[in-house]
Design a protein around this ligand. Structure first.
Ligand code: SF4
Length: 276
């Protein structure tokens, strides 16, 4: 039986291709930050996020994406020919006490699909984490591998779809099939969450829909995506805070190489996301 986001109670060993390991991004930031600051919510949330990462890593619900991620991992890019690719879904990464969620599109075939950590091992990640470092959200500007020492401060980074899609284009069905993973992640982070930065229009649509399900009031019609777009979502109940949602052009090379998205533009959005 294929494992998917709605599977519960089974470990990754249920996936014949996944083995028994926790996703490599799951442990990197969770351990050191758990329980080090405000205490109470961190340890159980960190554990739940690690468990979620383990479950995500074993998901095989989308046949086209499973085939693609594994094909890329088998064939590899020549410059990475000696490396073992992750070749599985990529969980979110960051500080379990995150007040800011950064939401992207999907893992890159030779980036996160290779390294196993979101936005790690490609130019997009370099651009993003350099900005996060300048703004004080990351302890370093580079992101090369799961053991590179990267730590995020009060920030969680995730993707709308957890498997690398051909041409960076998930289908609507794949988007919807993957949505429960994001729902569960947001639900765990929600009590402390104050802002969301969405990278690109695809993530904006996914994010608004997920936030509506997660307990915030999303206006109808939905706010329109644009670089610098900003909307404050009001909570539907006492367990949520008002949430500032900002849009940024995606950190893909087609935006950063052409100057459509500059470092200063991304810095500005991130600073607005964390200011009081
Ligand atoms: S895209 Fe999401 S739902 Fe589909 S196989 Fe990957 S992790 Fe599972």
């Amino acid at each position: 039986m294929e494992r998917g986001p709605l599977s519960t109670g089974t470990g990754p060993s249920a996936d014949p291709g996944a083995g028994a390991s926790v996703g490599p991004s799951a442990g990197s930031n969770i351990g050191p930050s758990a329980g080090t600051t405000t205490g109470q919510p961190a340890v159980p949330v960190a554990g739940a996020l690690a468990e979620l990462a383990e479950q995500v890593s074993g998901c095989r619900a989308c046949p086209r994406l499973v085939a693609w991620r594994e094909e890329v991992a088998r064939t590899r890019r020549a410059s990475y020919a000696t490396q073992e690719y992750w070749g599985r879904p990529v969980p979110g990464f960051g500080d379990p006490e995150a007040e800011l969620l950064v939401l992207g599109l999907a893992p890159a075939a030779h980036g996160a699909n290779r390294t196993g950590r979101v936005f790690t091992g490609d130019r997009s990640g370099d651009f993003l984490f350099a900005a996060m470092h300048r703004v004080g959200l990351a302890n370093q500007a580079h992101s090369e591998s799961v053991d590179d020492g990267l730590r995020l401060h009060r920030t969680w980074v995730s993707a709308s779809v957890r498997c690398a899609p051909p041409a960076n284009r998930p289908t609507p069905q794949e988007r919807d099939t993957c949505a429960p993973w994001l729902d569960r992640e947001i639900d765990l982070l929600a009590p402390l969450l104050r802002s969301v930065v969405v990278l690109g229009g695809f993530g904006w649509g996914v994010g608004m829909t997920a936030l509506a399900r997660a307990g915030w009031v999303v206006p109808a019609p939905k706010p329109v995506f644009g670089h610098g777009a900003e909307v404050v979502l009001q909570p539907r109940g006492p367990s949520r805070r008002p949430l500032r949602v900002l849009g940024s052009y995606h950190v893909s090379q087609q935006n950063t190489f052409t100057g459509r998205l500059t470092p200063a533009m991304l810095d500005d959005v991130l600073r607005r996301a964390v200011e009081d």
